[in-house]
Design a protein. Structure first.
Length: 274
């Protein structure tokens, strides 16, 4: 029978999850934000997890993939200071997603497995120490410098509960990039999927179920992968957004308004003069 007491007890015993999305966020789009909502909803609906936090972790300026595979003439990755500023604008309307700049501040590009390990350790120490500020602190910071990054996270109550689980949140293109020869190491893929877990949002032109079926390793850890179908297949890609910006085309409703304002102000992505 339903009772508030049982509901509270279930909430306390259901494993808590922190979702982390790693990527260029060049720039952050409305689809990135939606990816978090889809991932949280789907995990919570399984009844097996309770999502408590989302982390956006942009890559550092040393990430060279774009230069190698997308644009042989040079990297079109905007500096991390701009990408993180835009993320801060985008998450203003969210009370559970935060920016974490640890990865973007590194002096070299780091494999995603290393980023997850860092956050796994950070979660463990937050859990063990139980001395961290609540997320409301960030929203009360009206008098501080706008550019000051607050990487504080929700307080994790230690006690009988287990520490939160960390899961990588991604689009199916990232999952399918596991199959690109020489891009990811097998050990890293095994750690990401076997130890942490994956929440993967379908994307136009991808077939994550088939991709998992065709990989022995992913099939082995299948129970750690949640595929979430995005039925509103309005494909927003940062590449296409950058292209539209460079051509002076409107990107309204594809990016949060303050992000568009910032891009125009800073003349990012080759935005032409008015
Ligand atoms: N439209 C989308 N649907 C589902 N996932 C998405 C979508 N756009 C981005 N993502 C996911 O967000 C994460 C970070 O994305 P990323 O910064 O690489 O954006 P992107 O649009 O794929 O960028 P680019 O076009 O520059 O390669 C990745 O896991 C990516 O798969
Ligand atoms: O860990 C790896 O080996 C690895 C190999 C290729 C890409 N990644 C990560 O995957 C993300 C891809 O982002 P993007 O914008 O290039 O689609 C980014 O966070 C990279 O650091 C990670």
């Amino acid at each position: 029978m339903f009772s508030l007491h049982n509901l509270k007890r279930n909430m306390a015993t259901t494993p808590k999850v922190v979702l982390i999305a790693c990527g260029s966020f060049n720039p952050v789009t409305n689809m990135h934000m939606r990816m978090f909502e889809l991932g949280r909803d789907a995990l919570n609906k399984t009844g097996r997890f309770h999502v408590i936090e989302g982390i956006i972790s942009p890559v550092s300026d040393h990430y060279k993939k774009k230069a190698i595979t997308m644009n042989p003439l040079g990297s079109d990755l905007a500096p991390a200071k701009h990408r993180t500023h835009m993320i801060k604008q985008a998450i203003k309307t969210s009370d559970w997603i935060r920016l974490d700049t640890w990865e973007s501040e590194q002096s070299q590009w780091l494999e995603t497995e290393k980023v997850l390990t860092h956050h796994r350790e950070a979660l463990d120490s937050r859990y063990n120490a139980n001395i961290h500020p609540t997320p409301t602190k960030r929203r009360k910071k009206t008098k501080t410098n706008e550019d000051e990054v607050d990487n504080s996270a929700p307080r994790i109550v230690a006690g009988s509960e287990e520490p939160p689980v960390l899961k990588l949140l991604c689009g199916a293109d990232l999952l399918e990039s596991f199959g690109t020869p020489g891009l990811w190491s097998d050990e890293d893929i095994e750690t990401i999927v076997g130890k942490h877990g994956l929440v993967c949002i379908t994307r136009a032109g991808t077939n994550p179920q088939k991709f998992i079926y065709e990989s022995d390793m992913l099939t082995k850890f299948q129970e750690n992968i949640l595929i979430v179908t995005e039925w509103m297949t309005n494909e927003i890609s940062a590449t296409k957004v950058r292209r539209a910006l460079g051509r002076g085309e409107s990107v309204k409703y594809l990016l949060p308004d303050p992000v568009i304002d910032y891009i125009r102000e800073q003349r990012l992505y080759g935005v032409p003069d008015k």
